[in-house]
Ligand binder design. Structure first.
Ligand SMILES: Cc1ncc(COP(=O)(O)O)c(C=O)c1O
Length: 460
């Protein structure tokens, strides 16, 4: 634990010099933020004041094996003292072994691995691969990429234009990247196309993609990119028809299918990769976060053998160089991370404890009129709050529901920040039922308090 004076000095220095993502330093100063975290273990983290919290979102849905696993530090240390980096044009043992391991656990013929440092880079890499692939196959006119409005695929200058919020997150950065097309989200709770069941919504949304391909001409469309389960709407599990239909549509029109498994991958949904829920193999799969449980930066673009083979041969390689691609220290840590996940049955734990967690969240509907929908699978779960369960009306901005709930979650020891009417839940996959109960207690109390203040609390 640090002293009060040290703590204050850290906070002031961070407010003056640190540019944190998605937080504003004026508001943080008013709220006594930022919290400065000093250690973690399992699902818990401790701040510089010595207070312990439960991390309901496991970092950014990313600390899959949980905090404090010294085996990962040991693997990284051993590699760092042996060989921290490699001379150009060579590779290293952990980098090769990681590529081999990823090929082994990835579905179908996804077996050629381009390692990168983060999810945005993985998706940038995928964008370049699909365009370059079509050029190599003699279809240079295929450059457009279909994503789904509202989705998030990263923050760098290209992928920023995949999906995305309608305006505010992007209007600072116009003009848009060329060739970006947008399709509807297959969100069964609020189907944009009026589908009344998950299946109806899935079919309408898949057909909307085919309509878009036909409207623009298949000869201009390079790829479709989507998360298997959309985190942009909060654990939006599509109807079972969606992914098989999308696979068929892409095949019919020669369009490549990219599954963004940055959040869903590495056990989060109770399968190693979420596409396994539908037995659909994408042409490219992007992974990050859980691949290394966020202990170091690492991600990868994993490509089907038959697609990657288009880049084989002299002077034919993908022109794409990143200094940290295949970093051996990250690779060694990632291998250890996957080993822990497999040895300790964490994917299975995500399925089992996730089902229990979802049941507990469902029961919130009995007491809390604010709870409109509970959804998700494994440990990718969400609760959508509404002001009227029948009409699904959302709260007025003036009600400040996210801000007020954030204060209450904090009071109850939860690291659980929301910025919309959806509570997105993604704890480490090592979570126990007892820890789920603790989180549920904090959420339940927070909702009671808010409903009391709003004059809508249910009385017995
Ligand atoms: C689905 C998805 N894709 C891509 C990204 C970008 O990953 P990164 O922040 O590692 O660049 C994220 C980040 O949250 C994500 O959720």
């Amino acid at each position: 634990m640090t002293t009060t004076a040290e703590n204050e000095s850290l906070r002031q220095a961070s407010l003056k010099h640190l540019w944190m993502h998605n937080r504003d330093w004026v508001q943080m100063a008013e709220e006594g933020d930022p919290l400065i975290m000093v250690e973690g273990n399992g699902v818990r983290v401790t701040d510089s004041d010595g207070k312990t919290w439960i991390d309901v979102n496991g970092g950014y849905n990313s600390v899959n094996i949980g905090y404090g696993r010294t085996e990962i530090a040991d693997a990284a240390y051993e590699q760092m003292i042996k060989l921290p980096y490699f001379p150009g044009g060579t590779t290293t043992i952990p980098t090769v072994r990681l590529a081999e391991k990823l090929a082994e656990i990835s579905p179908g013929s996804l077996s050629r691995v381009f390692p990168v440092s983060g999810g945005s880079e993985a998706n940038e890499t995928a964008l370049k691969i699909v365009r370059a692939y079509h050029k190599r196959r003699g279809e240079p006119g295929r450059y457009k990429v279909i994503s789904r409005s509202g989705s998030y695929h990263g923050t760098t200058a290209g992928v920023l234009w995949l999906g995305g919020a309608p305006t505010s997150a992007r209007n600072d950065f116009e003009p848009a990247y060329p060739g970006m097309l947008y399709a509807p989200q297959p969100n069964p709770y609020r189907c944009e196309l009026g589908g009344e069941t998950p299946s109806e919504c899935a079919e309408l949304c898949a057909k909307a993609i085919e309509k878009l391909i036909n409207f623009h001409g298949p000869e201009t469309v390079a790829a479709v990119i989507a998360e298997p389960i959309s985190q942009s709407v909060g654990a939006g599990v599509p109807g079972d028809e969606y992914w098989p239909m999308l696979r068929e549509i892409c095949d019919k029109h020669g369009v490549l299918l990219i599954a963004d498994e940055v959040i869903c991958g590495f056990g989060r949904t109770g399968k190693m990769f979420a596409m396994e829920h539908w037995d659909v193999v994408p042409d490219i799969m992007t992974v990050a976060k859980g691949i290394i449980s966020s202990y170091l930066p690492l991600a990868a673009t994993i490509v089907k053998e038959e697609i990657a083979d288009a880049f084989a041969g002299k002077d034919n390689h993908l022109r794409h160089v990143l200094t940290f691609s295949g970093h051996p220290v990250s690779a060694a840590a990632a291998l250890k991370n996957i080993e822990i996940m497999e040895d300790e049955g964490m994917v299975q734990n995500a399925a089992e404890v996730g089902a229990y967690f979802k049941e507990q969240l469902e029961s919130l509907k009995i007491d809390h009129p604010l709870v409109g929908d509970v959804r998700g699978i494994g440990l990718l779960l969400a609760v959508e709050l509404v002001s009227d369960r029948k009409t699904k009306a959302v709260f007025a901005k003036e009600d400040r529901v996210p801000e007020r709930l954030n204060e209450k979650f904090r009071k109850h020891g939860l690291i659980f920040r929301i910025n919309s009417n959806v509570l997105s839940i993604g704890p480490p996959l090592c979570i126990t039922r007892g820890e789920v109960d603790e989180i549920m207690h904090g959420i339940d109390l927070s909702l009671w308090e808010l409903e009391g203040e709003m004059g809508i609390a249910k009385t017995a």
